[in-house]
Write a protein that binds this ligand. Structure first.
Ligand code: NAD
Length: 304
């Protein structure tokens, strides 16, 4: 029975935690692993069984799901000592839902294929609120039959499941999306700093822009100014959202891809540097919209 499919879930952090909880709610038998004990404890509280390593989690699983910070973590979890490849049985399917370099997805897919294991990349969009609600957008790169095999599990976590193309294509779609969201966060933050310096009310400006051509998801769902959107991370001191460091990473992936493809990019490297500066000023683990806090006006006596 599909609902009793055994799933190994590795990386039970900010996103992985609620995604795993939705799999448990839908009746999947989930074994979890995370190197951070508190993250693993939370997964057990949500109904998962704790494993001792990635290999241990993958052993006996029908489907392995990984939700890790970046490319290097994914390579380590699959190919490192005590990794997925040591535990997963031939013929099984791995689904990496992390946002990473599409070239790394392809390399990991090759490495697992050498052991008779299949791999698809399935990064997500929608942040913590949609991870909790089980309504993430999931963009997938891989073989169509593998996508269908993973679909019941993916449907427990997401509402929009889109097969983009071969392995790596899901990641390409994701980094293109985050290029837009990252740049928009800088633009919205700059705009609201200008308006407030003129004495324009934040809420009034939000009402105006929401009905105008500048409207964007960043303002509607993740407003950088605290207190305007209750579910936005800014309303919780920028906690529990999508970390500045992760957004800087995603813009870096887009900028690197553009360089390799010889496509000129101007705005995304600038946004990436704003995020990196915010990170080096202590905001790296806060939600990426905390760049609004970083973009404060200089003193009134400074020359303009
Ligand atoms: P996170 O850092 O909160 O969670 C990642 C988890 O992986 C952590 O708990 C960490 O301990 C664990 N981990 C790291 N190395 C490990 C290892 N070797 N073995 C086992 N566990 C290991 O990050 P997150 O916010 O959940 O993001 C995960 C991925 O999803 C990232 O690629 C991110 O870009 C992407 N993403 C995040 C959001 C968001 O809103 N947070 C939205 C969309 C996509």
């Amino acid at each position: 029975m599909i609902a009793r499919m055994k799933i190994a879930f590795i990386g039970t952090g900010t996103m992985g935690g609620p995604m795993l909880a939705n799999l448990v709610k839908k009746g999947f038998a989930v074994t979890a692993y995370d190197i951070v004990p508190a993250a693993l404890d939370a997964a057990v509280k949500a109904g998962a069984t704790a494993a001792k390593s990635s290999a241990d989690a993958a052993r006996g699983a029908d489907l392995v799901i990984t939700m890790l910070p970046s490319s290097s973590h994914v390579e380590t979890v699959y190919q490192g000592k005590g990794g997925v490849l040591e535990g997963v049985a031939a013929g099984k399917l791995c689904v990496d839902m992390s946002t990473i370099d599409p070239a790394v997805s392809r390399r990991v897919a090759e490495a697992v294929r050498a052991k008779g294991v299949r791999f698809i990349d399935a990064p997500v969009s929608g942040g913590v609120p949609k991870a909790i609600d089980g309504t993430l957008a999931i963009m997938i790169g891989g073989d169509a039959r593998d996508v269908e095999e993973a679909r019941p599990a993916l449907a427990a976590m997401g509402a929009n499941i889109i097969h983009v193309g071969p392995v790596g294509a899901g990641e390409v779609a994701k980094i293109c999306n985050n290029l837009i969201a990252g740049v928009a966060a800088v633009a919205v933050s700059e705009a609201f700093r200008i308006a407030e310096a003129f004495g324009v009310d934040h809420k009034v400006l939000t009402d105006v822009i929401s009905k105008s051509s500048g409207n964007t998801w960043v303002m509607e769902a993740a407003h950088p100014v605290p207190g305007l959107v209750p579910r936005a991370a800014s309303s919780r001191d920028y906690e529990g959202g999508f970390m500045t460091d992760l957004m800087a990473k995603d813009l870096g992936l887009a900028v690197n891809a553009a360089r390799e493809l010889r496509i000129p990019v101007v705005v995304s490297p600038a946004a990436q540097q704003v995020l990196r500066l915010a990170s080096s000023h202590g905001l790296g683990r806060k939600d990426f919209t905390a760049i609004y806090q970083f973009l404060k006006p200089s003193s009134g006596s400074s020359p303009v």
